[in-house]
Design a protein around this ligand. Sequence first.
Ligand SMILES: C[S@@+](CC[C@H](N)C(=O)[O-])C[C@H]1O[C@@H](n2cnc3c(N)ncnc32)[C@H](O)[C@@H]1O
Length: 240
Amino acid sequence: MLPSAVAGSLAESQPGRNVKAPHYLTAHYWWAYVHPRAVWFFERQWLVNLILWGNYTRLRNAAMTELGDELPGTTLQVACVYGDLTGRLTQRVAAGGGRLDIVDVLPMQLENLRNKLPPGAPARLLAMDSADLRLPDASYDRALLFFLLHEQPAAHRERTLSEVFRVVRPGGEIVIVDYALPRWWHPLRYLWRPLLATLEPFALDLWRDEIVRWLPAAAQTGWRKQSFFGGLYQKVVIRR
Ligand SMILES: C[S@@+](CC[C@H](N)C(=O)[O-])C[C@H]1O[C@@H](n2cnc3c(N)ncnc32)[C@H](O)[C@@H]1O
């Protein structure tokens, strides 16, 4: 049962709801999200920017520009993000008189986000696995996934995309920002590959295939892609 939004104090979480963290998160991403000191270490704008080779602002803005300056209705952000993305998104949601729901499977990450959002931000924080969204069909106008899919094994990624597709209304928009295959001349194509293969074992899937490979329905509804930073990053927009 989902919590209802509380007027005037919408930055709420779901007390007592515990969702099992998927194996890939505890096995491969414990250092980034699960370890008790992970938030303390990574929640620094300059550090997340460094990890993205100085592209955090550009990619964050690309995602937000795609969503719009003012966001009425319902917006879904699938998974928390270190840095100021969600805070800025809530400003646009507030400007449009809308509501933002953020789902994440780790209570610690939701707690961190709650501390980052100003009181009264029009946001609900929901403990859920992206592959099993306890949300009604067609209940969102748009959804954002920022660097989530590369972390997931293919089967989980496929379920996540199918769930997001289910909960966004027909005609709505799904915005995805994530890794992609850099161009042949990009030095990081050769330097980044072994690091990604070691630290983020499923990320290279996104170097090999288009994201819509894991969402065949997008072929019917339409999608487009824009590359950034010599192809190392991509924004994919799927029309629901
Ligand atoms: C969006 S991703 C990566 C973001 C990016 N590395 C950053 O922080 O700048 C990180 C978040 O995804 C969440 N996450 C990973 N798998 C998830 C899943 N299956 N369902 C919901 N949240 C998930 C993690 O708990 C973490 O908070």
